[in-house]
Design a binder for this molecule. Structure first.
Ligand code: UDP
Length: 433
């Protein structure tokens, strides 16, 4: 990949939710290694610790988010408020940077910080958007926001097996149910940002969503640069908001190969009484509980050495561990990509938003997982066995290994990640001082 002179400065506008902090910091780290100077502008909420990233300059801007906005069940509500409250401070901040440096090569902003787009445009800067979810999610925004209902229908009419297996129409109907005012406004803003940015960076690998990507490319005029899997390109980045509990690794070291199911983000668990499990219960994850008080009395003691419960795990290390044979996941995009890269088959329990689309990819297109719709004890037990042990699940496990190998090849020098980075660097440097 190309190496730049230390003079080009890139400003990254980060949104400080866990699944967004990590890819943005990883991108920052890779751009820095290519010679760019990095400034990260972020809301006060969940401010990253600058001492963990001494090579970057961090600037915090006021977000005025209230507790009630943050705990709103409508996930779009804090995003909407964040953009409303951060627009003016972000503009001042970018003006100040521009004033002192005289040149910013590019402003890369998370889709969720869509207010950055207009500001960047008004200042005459090169604006690039980072999509931390899959590329396919982009097919939904114009349709959701009813910006271009007719043209977007062309996506659903295509008879390609991959797009049919995704069941986009069903997902669109599911995701359109009970859309709040904030949700609709945020989706319209996403669609506008994606249409107006000079380029779209996606943390994905082309082969994962080939057919959907070709549709996305027809719809959005900007170049789409798939630079994933970012976590493999910048593995040393420390980005967890919670402290990772390493004791689960020594516990995993004592388990048989591929015997453990790693459970993260599920709030209800019933597992066969012999199945070893590593379970992440984030403090506050169960509403009304600080941690695991709502588990039945004596549960933790009865589990003994068979299970390990932690508040936050070093997930990438856990998924790469030889003892882990399955991942019970909510199917966030980062978790999905991380699991793919380690060849771990998934038990899918999506909750909202793009998690449903990711589940559709995992179960219907890549066929490397099973969806858990019914949380009845016997069904959970049967599904875990099928995923991890039974002959019936052989195909799923083999395909998961095949996909891991494909991802490893994609990451090699002659694979596509390297080309994508060169494309991104060329794009950033295309605007001269
Ligand atoms: N994660 C982690 N330890 C945990 C649980 C999650 O490090 O115990 C990380 C995980 O590796 C991933 C991120 O948190 O990078 C979660 O992102 P994802 O997109 O999967 O879900 P979101 O949090 O956005 O719903």
């Amino acid at each position: 990949m190309e190496k730049q002179q230390k003079s080009s400065h890139v400003v990254l506008v980060m949104v400080t939710f866990q699944g967004h902090i990590t890819p943005m910091l990883q991108l920052a780290s890779i751009l820095h290694s290519k010679g760019f100077s990095i400034t990260i502008v972020h809301p006060e909420l969940n401010s990253p610790n600058p001492s963990n990233h001494p090579k970057f300059t961090f600037i915090s801007i006021p977000d005025k988010l209230t507790e009630s906005q943050l705990s709103d069940k409508d996930a779009a509500s804090p995003v909407w408020s964040l953009n409303k409250n951060c627009a003016a401070p972000l503009q001042q901040c970018l003006e100040k940077i521009l004033h002192s440096l005289h040149h910013i090569a590019a402003v890369i902003y998370d889709t969720l910080m869509y207010c950055a787009q207009t500001i960047t445009e008004d200042l005459g800067l090169l604006g690039i958007v980072l999509r931390t979810g899959s590329a396919t999610t982009m097919l939904f925004y114009p349709a959701f926001s009813q910006l271009d209902e007719e043209r977007i229908d062309f996506v659903y009419e295509i008879k390609s097996p991959e797009l049919q297996a995704l069941q986009l129409k069903r997902l669109r109907a599911l995701l359109s149910q009970n859309a709040t005012k904030a949700m609709t406004e945020v989706r319209v803003a996403f669609a506008n940002v994606l249409k107006r940015s000079s380029a779209i960076i996606v943390n994905s690998m082309e082969f994962l969503e080939l057919e959907a990507l070709s549709k996305v490319k027809q719809y959005f005029p900007a170049p789409i640069i798939t630079i994933g899997p970012l976590h493999k390109l910048a593995p040393a980045i420390c980005s967890s908001l919670l402290t990772e509990d390493d004791k689960c690794i020594s516990w995993l070291n004592k388990q048989a190969p591929k015997s453990v199911i790693y459970v993260s983000f599920a709030s209800i668990v019933n597992i066969d009484n012999k199945q070893p499990f590593l379970w992440v219960v984030r403090p506050g994850m169960v509403r009304g509980s600080e941690w695991i008080e709502s588990l039945p009395n004596g549960f933790k003691e009865s589990v003994g050495e068979r299970g390990c419960i932690v508040k936050w795990a070093p997930q990438k290390e856990v998924l790469a561990h030889a003892a882990v044979g399955g991942f019970w996941t909510h199917c966030g995009w980062n978790s999905t990509i991380e699991s793919i890269c380690e060849g771990v088959p998934m038990l899918c329990r999506p909750f909202f938003g793009d998690q449903h689309l990711n589940t559709s990819y995992i179960c219907n297109v890549w066929k490397i997982g099973l969806e858990l719709q019914n949380l009845e004890r016997g069904n959970i037990e049967r599904t875990i066995k099928r995923l991890m042990m039974d002959m019936e699940g052989n195909g799923i496990r083999n395909r998961a290994i095949d996909l891991k190998e494909k991802a490893a090849f994609y990451l090699m020098e002659e694979g596509s990640t390297s080309c994508s980075f060169n494309m991104l660097i060329k794009h950033i440097l295309s605007v001269k001082e």
